[in-house]
Design a protein around this ligand. Structure first.
Ligand code: GUN
Length: 285
């Protein structure tokens, strides 16, 4: 079987063109969409991600700012900073880069961000909206996966999607999005018994577990679509997906490569969400 590689770049590019048009229209009415990214501490991977987010925003002509705080910041200080951003009419998107230090309660902090500026879609209000199928901000990687499936015309309705990984950032929200599109969804995780029996039933297998090349052909149905969210780095900073691409080639119909698969979509969806936030906030003024 010929295996098609689902690259993110053409999907991202098509959407960036649309975002760019929206930014021009907003600028004409005197509004420049602005994203503020908060980062706490010195985690190198997080610093890299954050600077990629800023670069991508700047490239499309948006405004962006990185606010860096030391790990010693208290919950109250962080709350005050977020409160300032919530009130600032020039700020449309607020993102708190995760993970954050243990002494700060992540669940509390995510609730302080105004849901209208919550471009990561992590506020319980937006999570609830996703669950009941109302418009709101939804998490970026799941949105990127949906765009890839649509772009490459992979059927969803009635199909069995198996998701390995139940994080609030990827696993749970992508399952909800697919359920809203009439897929039959199975969630698996580290405690799942007989994982392989379940993964091998999937029409679409979504893997977000963080174990390099964990999924091999014996765990996947012939002709399935595999969406690989893994990104494990070795000491040479090479990145590996959760799927063993060489083993799956010739066995699956579609697979997202790592790198260059879902990765390019995540930041694009963040910019998309920020422009949507700017449009909605302008309407309200
Ligand atoms: N850390 C890892 N992924 C993400 C993400 O999508 N958003 C934020 N804020 N932090 C992350």
């Amino acid at each position: 079987m010929e295996t098609r590689l689902l690259y993110g770049q053409p999907v991202a590019q098509e959407l960036k063109n649309k975002i760019s048009t929206d930014i021009h229209s907003l600028k004409k009415v005197g509004s420049i969409p602005k994203l503020v990214v908060i980062i706490i501490g010195e985690d190198q991977a997080s610093l890299t991600y954050v600077s990629m987010k800023k670069k991508a925003a700047d490239k499309l002509g948006m405004s962006s700012e990185i606010l860096r705080f030391p790990p010693s910041i208290t919950e109250q200080q962080l709350k005050d900073e977020i409160s300032k951003l919530n009130k600032d009419m020039n700020v449309h998107g607020i993102l708190l880069q995760l993970p954050i230090p243990n002494h700060i309660n992540e669940k509390n902090v995510l609730e302080w961000i105004d849901p209208r500026k919550d471009v990561d879609g992590f506020h319980p209000t937006n999570v609830g909206r996703l669950t009941v199928g109302q418009p709101g901000f939804y998490p970026c990687t799941p949105l990127g996966i949906m765009r890839i499936l649509t772009f490459y015309e992979i059927p969803i309705k009635g199909k069995h999607v198996v998701i390995v990984g139940r994080s609030n950032i990827v696993g749970k929200p992508v399952g909800q999005l697919l359920l809203n599109k009439d897929a039959t969804v199975t969630f698996c995780h580290s405690k799942t018994e007989d994982l392989q029996e379940l993964t091998s039933r999937a029409d679409i297998l979504i893997i977000a577990i963080g174990k390099a090349h964990f999924i091999k052909r014996n765990a996947v149905k012939k002709g399935a679509t595999v969406i690989d969210i893994g990104n494990t780095f070795n000491e040479q900073k090479q990145v590996f997906g959760d799927a063993d691409m060489n083993d799956l080639k010739g066995h699956v119909a579609n697979i997202t490569p790592v790198p260059k698969g879902v990765g390019p979509m995540t930041i694009t969806m963040l910019l998309y969400n920020t422009v949507q936030a700017a449009k909605e906030l302008n309407k309200g003024e």
